[in-house]
Design a protein around this ligand. Sequence first.
Ligand SMILES: [Zn+2]
Length: 514
Amino acid sequence: MIPKSGYRFSAKIMRQQKAIASKAVTAATLTTTSANRARGAGIALVALLLAACSSTPDNRQVSLPLPQSSAQTERLPATEREHARILASYSGAYENAQLQAVIEQTVDRLVAASERPDLKYKVTILNSPAINAFALPNGQLYITRGLVALANDKAELASVLAHEMGHVIARHAAIREEQAKQAAIISQVVNDVLSDPQTGALALAKSKLTLASFSRAQEIEADGIGVGMSARAGFDPFGASRFLTDMQRNADIKAAGGNTDPRALDFLSTHPATPERVQNALANARQFSGPGAGERDRTEYLGVLDGVVYGEDPSEGFARGRRFLHPKLGFTFMAPPGFSLDNTAQAVLGLKDGGGEALRLDVVSVPAEQSLPDYLKSGWMENVDAASVEDITINGFPAATATASGEQWSFRLFALRFGSDVYRFIFAAKNKTAVVDRSFRESVATFRRMSLQESEQVHPLRLKIVSVGANDTVEKLARRMAIPDQRLERFRVVNGLVPGDRLKPGEKVKIVVE
Ligand SMILES: [Zn+2]
């Protein structure tokens, strides 16, 4: 999204196509066994279908049936499915104990100052550069690291958390559910995704939107509740108006960069920082105190941001053309010609131009004593042709391959032992000719360990907190930003500065470094 965009080769197209790939993957979802790590994978795989998981679509509705599952996909409680769906959509959880502690302390203070001090919240930081936060009615609170990185003090952070808690306290989701018959919306989304790949991306985007599409009146109510909570908890109640303004300026920079990806939905898509809303936030705040009265804790907050990942995180895997590299797991492979790849939290998905071929790669644990040919025959997928199972070696790694067939699709499967895990490839083709089958085999033959050099070339960008020196200016510090474009604008926005603002020596500011 921001720098390193080269890593996200044709990301936009891939995202549009992902919906189609999801279709192929859906069926794979239904074929997961519940052994070993598959419990986690099962949740994640179910989640892959995003909205679809909420209504557990019937296997037969899927128009790309993979072989029937021999094991039932686990039935999860709705809240767990929702949690899994959110993790899948926002690149999983971001583990950072210090940041987690600061957010939880902020939430605890807000809860104590709220009308419902009895409610319990559980915070998840999402490993996404998007700017977003939302809450589920059960008190699950989500906040992206992108949002955390944009905030400049605890009062701004508190303003967003308190707004989301305001939705929970006012039971907006319950009201919305009754009014909008959420189930109907979700099944519509499922139909959109499954029946019309062209609008699939839009449908996925919509499914995300259903999380937070409250009415304007509900948003205003949540703003009011939020500012009240922040002020009573001792935070500067002007954090809300400042942060709304910063989010809008951040979005303006992104828009100027031509980012119109329908999936780049963030807090502002559902919470536009309209002048009316900013005015309301200011008016709400003035009821509690004059500017500067509440706590901001800027220095402490910025201290916690030091080292936080900024932008996309390539260490979790990325595609460069049809090559996929995963620095953390240390492997790489090349998809067949014509494929585009997309890295999701659970699997790598690939789709060939035209949609007639797809691939999926995931990782599972298989006991060391189980041979891979046995594993292929053990029911990971049904309709595996037992006579086709071959024991092979790929670049020195033990592996096995087999074919399987469905009604409209044919499959070539691989299981490959790499380290203590087994990597599973499913290649699917509507028309699996010998040439196509060979291209699948050639693709897996490119699987290998990443070289040290390849690993060393990959770093995520990180925030660094620096003290303003006696001779530093906004312009001078902006030149230290390790991003290719709009350094000055981005430096200002990330630090909540407007043109004309000056820095004081000794003050802390954020820069982005490699
Ligand atoms: Zn809201």
